[in-house]
Design a protein around this ligand. Structure first.
Ligand code: NAD
Length: 455
């Protein structure tokens, strides 16, 4: 089946109105969860084959969140899809006003490789909950996971409703030339611009979940030992290949040495390694070479060991880094952590504001005033105070970027909204008709209108 034919069939299926039925949506969400559960073993094998990710990490960073996302949608779907009554105005009196969510239609979801199941199926859950049909294009880079996703979906769902299409740039480019009712993309800023441009040709709405350099700001008043522990965990989870990983640390100069010492101790304590099921490979040689060449440009404080055969890069700390250094140009997306020191928070915030808006920011401080200052003055997608990554796990919080780090958001109800259009409706009865609007337009009618409106 070519792409045009597939989209046509999905549009036809969508127009049959079957996906608008809430029982239909809930049935398929439950089915999706049951299939994933029944194939957990194959999922662990696929992800381990792609980059040696362990069962523990796959469950805690992908499946656990995915199951929660499905359960949340099933639990709240009736409430989310209800019409919401809103105030009516005098001009339409008597009337009732409401917004009615409706699915958008045929959706294209393009996934990234770094959390290949969560980042592909998470948006799918939202799209199905909202009543759409879905074509899912997983990342070709985690090839075994893409194969597994194809099995999970294409052997269990009707292609007219939900189908996986595998492929890389060529296939995605061909898909993007077609008209969809919604495109949801997770990936890099550079590809995000390509997606946005392609969608613009058809005026297709997009959600872009992109990346960026997310800073961790460490103030001198923070609990430095615990700060270091939390930052080490957040940075080296998935070997730093996490969109919201702290990309770099900016720490007050007077506590920099102490923080670095704790960071080193925690890395040693956690004993990162494939054999300990707490570390993963760099996804491919291209990224391995990109990261090792960056390490070579910096001042290694700790780590730095690499092994091309196993695509292994040890947790690596670069100290004495400046904003002008090569490691500070692009998102690192790997286990390399530059540490920059600062003395004046105002100067730091001015510098951060001159850079593209990041997906996340982490501030470590006991001071409410400093926390408020950072939250008020610095724009970023979302974050966690005195910890890292945790905001992504709370499905009550919309997840997404701002500026260069993305457009739109999802998770929980935010995902439902992302895949819905809200029709605004005014409903009038027949028992009363306001004659003031009809011709002839007399002076006395205008006087009455002004008196009623009050301005
Ligand atoms: P990527 O942009 O290379 O690829 C993402 C998807 O786009 C893949 O499915 C790929 O096949 C497709 N693609 C790549 N080049 C394309 C092109 N020229 N035309 C059309 N399609 C193309 O990103 P990646 O390497 O898979 O992921 C890493 C990036 O994603 C990082 O920047 C990271 O921060 C970001 N990311 C963001 C989130 C988020 O939720 N905001 C989550 C994970 C990753």
């Amino acid at each position: 089946m070519n792409y045009q034919e597939l989209i046509g069939k999905q549009a036809q299926f969508f127009n049959s109105n079957q996906t608008k039925d809430l029982a239909f949506r809930i049935k398929h969400l439950k089915q999706l969860k049951a299939i994933i559960k029944s194939r957990e073993g194959q999922i662990y094998q696929a992800i381990s084959a792609d980059f040696k990710k362990s069962e523990f990490d796959t469950y805690t960073t992908e499946l656990m969140i995915l199951y929660a996302e499905i359960d949340e949608a099933i639990k709240h779907l009736v409430h989310w899809s209800r019409n919401k009554k809103l105030d009516s105005n005098l001009a339409s009196f008597p009337a009732s006003s409401f917004i009615q969510p409706e699915p958008l239609g045929v959706c294209l979801i393009i996934g990234a490789w770094n959390y290949p199941f969560l980042l592909s199926l998470g948006p799918v859950v939202a799209a199905i909950a909202a009543g759409n049909t879905v074509i899912l294009k997983p990342s070709e880079i985690a090839a075994n996971c893409a194969d597994e996703l194809e099995k999970i979906v294409n052997t269990n769902f009707l292609a007219d409703y939900f189908m996986v299409v595998k492929g890389g740039v060529t296939e995605t480019t061909a898909l993007l030339s077609e008209k969809f009712n919604k495109i949801f993309f997770t990936g890099s800023v550079a590809t995000g611009k390509i997606i946005y441009a392609a969608a613009a040709k058809h005026l297709t709405p997009v959600t872009l979940e992109l990346g960026g350099k997310s800073p961790a700001i460490v103030m001198a008043d923070a609990d430095l030992k615990l700060t270091a522990k939390r930052l080490v965990w957040a940075k080296f989870l998935n070997a730093g290949q996490t969109c919201i990983a702290p990309d770099y640390i900016v720490v007050e100069e007077k506590v920099k040495k102490e923080l670095l010492t704790y960071i080193k101790e925690w890395i040693q304590e956690f004993k990162y390694g494939f054999e300990n099921n707490n570390y993963v490979q760099i996804i491919n040689e291209k990224n391995f070479h990109r990261l090792t060449s960056l390490i070579d440009t910096g001042n290694i404080y700790f780590g730095g060991e690499t092994d091309l055969v196993n695509r292994y890069i040890a947790p690596t700390i670069l100290s004495d880094v400046n904003f002008e250094d090569k490691v500070m140009e692009d998102e690192l997306f790997g286990p390399v952590l530059p540490v920059i020191s600062f003395t004046d928070l105002n100067v730091l915030i001015t510098k951060l504001k001159s850079l593209p808006k990041p997906l996340s920011c982490y501030a470590f401080t006991k001071s409410t005033a400093i926390k408020n200052k950072i939250l008020t003055e610095f724009s970023f997608g979302g974050g966690t105070i005195n910890d890292a990554l945790l905001h992504i796990s709370n499905l009550s919080l919309p997840f997404g970027g701002v500026g260069n780090s993305g457009i739109g958001s999802y998770h929980g109800e935010a995902g439902f909204k992302t895949f819905s259009h809200y029709k605004s409706i005014v409903k009038k009865p027949f028992w009363l008709d306001n004659v003031l609007r009809y011709s002839p337009n007399t002076k006395s009618k205008l006087k009455w209108i002004k008196r009623i409106i009050g301005s």
